[in-house]
Design a binder for this molecule. Structure first.
Ligand code: NAD
Length: 330
C-alpha cells in the first residue's frame, strides 16, 4: 500500500526504511497531519500518524475525499482521532496497543528518581567544579506510598518496579487487576489515594472522564509536598491548577513527559525561537519541575516493535483481517 507518513523524524525514516518498498511504500512528510496538510494525502491509500497529528472531523473528511482508507497510528493512544468521523467516512483506524510498556514505566521511574535525588542538578554542578551537596537532599523511596492511576499495560509494569523498591503501592482503575493484588498492590478509590500518596503516577488514557482528572479540587485533597508524575497524556492534569499548587507548595515535585499544549512544541528544535506558550514557560521556571518531551516510548526495543506492528497493521488491513489493533467505536 502507498502510505503517507506524517510528523516523520530521522528515527522514523531509519526504522521504517527497513520495510520500505519491500512490503509497503512509505513517503515521509515532516509536517504534522491536520486540515491544512491533508492535501498531501492525494494519491495515497493510508496515513501513518503519531501523537500530535490532529485527525478531527474536518481532517478526516478531507482524507476521505483524497481516497484514504486507513489511519495507522504508530502509538497506543488514539485521543487525537475523531473515531465517529472515521466510521462515517469508512476509514479504518489501527494502532499499536502495546509495544513496550516497560519503556514508559521505566521512564516514569526515571522522572521520580531524577526529581527526588536531583541527579540532573548534580551533573551540572560537578561539571562546574561545584562539589557541594547543598539543596541536593532527597528521600528514600523504600516505605513510601505510591498511588497509581490506571493499571493497564504500563501501570502494571510501573507497579512491579515500585514494589521492587519496597514501596506501598495503591492503585485506582475502573477494572482491578487480580495479578497485581496477589503481588501486594491494594486498590482504593481515587479520593483515598489522593489523601495518602507521597507520589502519584498517572497511567490512564485521556478520555472525557480523565480530562483534568488532576484539577484544583484534587490538589486540595493531596498531601503537602506530593510528587506527581505524568507519562499518560498532558490534559489529564489541569496545568494552570498545577502551577497554582506548585506556587503554594502543595505540589512538591512535578515530573511530566506530556503536556496539554505539547503539539505546538514537542518533537521540534525550537532552540533559536521565542516560546510563546507562557504556561510551559512558567512550568520550566520551577526548580522542582522536570519536563521531558514525550520520550517515554523512546527506546530501541519500543521503536522496533512500533514499526513491526504498524507494518503488520497495514498488511492486515490490506488482507481484510480484523485484529486487536483495530480501534473500534463502541
Ligand atoms: P492500557 O489501555 O493498557 O491501560 C489504561 C488503563 O487505564 C486501563 O486499565 C483502564 O481501565 C484504565 N482507565 C481507563 N479509564 C480510567 C479512568 N477514568 N480512571 C482510572 N483508570 C482508567 O494503556 P497503556 O498501554 O497502559 O497506556 C496508558 C496511557 O499511556 C495511554 O493511553 C497513553 O496515553 C499513554 N502513553 C504514553 C506514552 C509516552 O511515550 N509517554 C507511550 C505510550 C502510552
Amino acid at each position: 500500500m502507498y502510505v503517507a507518513l506524517f510528523s516523520a523524524k530521522s528515527y522514523d525514516k531509519e526504522f521504517f526504511d527497513q520495510f520500505n518498498d519491500s512490503v509497503h511504500q512509505f513517503t515521509y512528510f515532516d509536517a504534522p497531519l491536520n486540515k491544512d496538510t491533508a492535501k498531501l494525502c492525494d494519491g495515497f491509500d493510508a496515513v501513518c500518524v503519531f501523537v500530535n497529528d490532529k485527525m478531527d472531523k474536518k481532517t478526516i473528511t478531507l482524507l476521505a475525499q483524497y481516497g484514504i482508507k486507513l489511519i495507522v497510528l504508530r502509538c497506543a493512544g488514539f485521543n487525537n482521532v475523531d473515531l465517529l468521523a472515521a466510521k462515517e467516512q469508512q476509514i479504518k483506524v489501527f494502532r499499536v496497543p502495546a509495544y513496550s510498556p516497560n519503556a514508559i514505566a521505566e521512564h516514569a521511574v526515571a522522572l521520580i528518581l531524577t526529581l527526588n535525588r536531583k541527579t540532573h542538578k548534580a551533573y551540572n554542578r560537578i561539571r562546574e567544579n561545584n562539589f557541594s551537596l547543598k539543596k541536593l537532599t532527597g528521600f528514600n523511596l523504600n516505605g513510601k506510598t505510591i498511588g497509581v492511576i490506571g493499571t493497564g499495560k504500563i501501570g502494571v509494569e510501573f507497579c512491579k518496579i515500585m514494589l521492587g523498591f519496597g514501596c506501598k503501592v495503591l492503585a485506582y482503575d475502573i477494572f482491578e487487576n487480580e495479578d497485581l493484588k496477589t503481588r501486594g498492590v491494594v486498590y482504593q478509590t481515587f479520593e483515598e489515594i489522593l489523601e495518602v500518596a507521597d507520589i502519584i503516577s498517572l497511567h490512564c488514557p485521556l478520555t472525557p472522564e480523565t480530562q483534568h482528572l488532576i484539577d484544583g479540587e484534587a490538589f486540595k485533597k493531596m498531601k503537602n509536598g506530593v510528587m506527581i508524575i505524568n507519562t499518560s497524556r498532558g490534559a489529564v492534569i489541569d496545568t494552570k491548577q498545577a502551577i497554582k499548587a506548585l506556587k503554594s507548595g502543595k505540589l512538591g515535585y512535578l515530573g511530566i513527559d506530556v503536556y496539554e499544549q505539547e503539539e505546538h512544541l514537542f518533537f521540534k528544535d525550537l532552540s533559536e525561537s521565542i516560546i510563546k506558550d507562557d504556561v510551559i514557560a512558567r512550568l520550566m521556571s520551577f526548580p522542582n519541575v522536570l519536563l521531558t518531551a514525550h520520550q517515554g516510548f523512546f527506546t530501541n526495543e519500543a521503536l522496533e516493535q512500533i514499526v513491526k506492528i504498524t507494518v503488520q497493521n497495514i498488511s492486515d488491513f490490506e488482507n481484510g483481517k480484523t485484529t486487536d489493533c483495530e480501534v473500534k467505536i463502541s
